[in-house]
Design a protein around this ligand. Structure first.
Ligand SMILES: [Zn+2]
Length: 267
């Protein structure tokens, strides 16, 4: 087996396990519960979930999506989050190989997935994802700067990570402040502001602008038709769309900035 194949398989297995843990975070962090203890129990019958009933994806299939003891349905969200996390880790390993950037991309994607799911379910973006993510993004930038290797073009230098976090925070704070004034109701939550500081720490200030642009575009594509049909929702989980925008900024950002620069140069 080649070293690259080995890395991709390892990333897939690790992604499944991390996705399993992400499921715990998604349920417990919005409820302000510990993700370490107590061990998981069935919410209906209270039986402890055995390790063999907790194997990512496989147990859900083997149990046919029901609790072994009381047959309470286990949401399809569990295997889906596990598979999506594995896909993110595999894609990062495939794209970047044995580079720090592979781990950085995988971690960023995992945080974005966690944010998207909690925001969609409960309109909450836990600080563990956002504030914790700011710390991780800046840490990655420091390690990349100090590892002594010539940085690849997509690696963010640490001053850019700090600047990106600041721009993300201030820009979204301004949007929230003026949006609230204009609409007379909360336009955006504090969770979105802290989330964009996290995004900035991973993709820099240009990435913040691209994320907000793409996020607003995706959000409009979904919500404008709903508005037209008169199905107005009171809450909009904007974090879901910002997470999509941030993923686009991470993967395609460097290509898009390059294209934009040439476009400006040609004009
Ligand atoms: Zn049960």
């Amino acid at each position: 087996m080649s070293a690259a194949t080995y890395l991709v398989i390892l990333a897939g297995a690790l992604g499944l396990l991390i996705g399993s843990f992400l499921n715990v975070c998604i349920v417990r962090w919005p409820a302000l519960q510990s993700v370490v203890s107590p061990r998981s129990r069935c919410p209906q019958c209270g039986n402890l979930i055995a390790w063999y009933d907790n194997v990512p994806v496989a147990s859900w299939l083997a149990l046919r999506a029901r609790c072994r003891h009381c047959a309470l349905p286990i949401p399809w969200r569990y295997p889906l989050v596990e598979l999506a996390t594995a896909a993110i880790w595999v894609a990062a390993a495939w794209r970047y190989g044995y580079e720090l950037e592979a781990l950085r991309g995988a971690v960023f994607g995992t945080i974005l997935l966690g944010i998207a799911v909690t925001d969609a379910r409960e309109y909450i973006i836990p600080d563990e994802f956002s504030v914790g993510g700011v710390a991780l993004g800046i840490l990655f930038a420091f390690v990349a700067s100090w590892s002594g290797r010539p940085p690849a073009p997509h690696v963010l230098p640490w001053p850019q990570a700090l600047l990106g976090a600041a721009v993300g925070f201030v820009l979204l704070w301004l949007v929230a402040y003026f949006g609230t004034k204009a609409l007379g109701q909360d336009a955006m939550g504090g969770g979105d502001i802290k989330m964009m500081a996290m995004v900035g720490a991973f993709v820099g200030w240009k990435g913040v602008l691209l994320t907000v642009f793409v996020g607003a575009l995706f959000g409009s594509l979904v919500y404008v038709p709903l508005l037209v049909l008169g199905k107005r929702k009171r809450h909009v989980p904007f974090g879901v769309f910002l997470a999509m925008g941030a993923a686009v900024a991470f993967v395609f950002g460097p290509t898009i900035y390059d294209w934009y620069r040439r476009f400006l140069g040609a004009a």
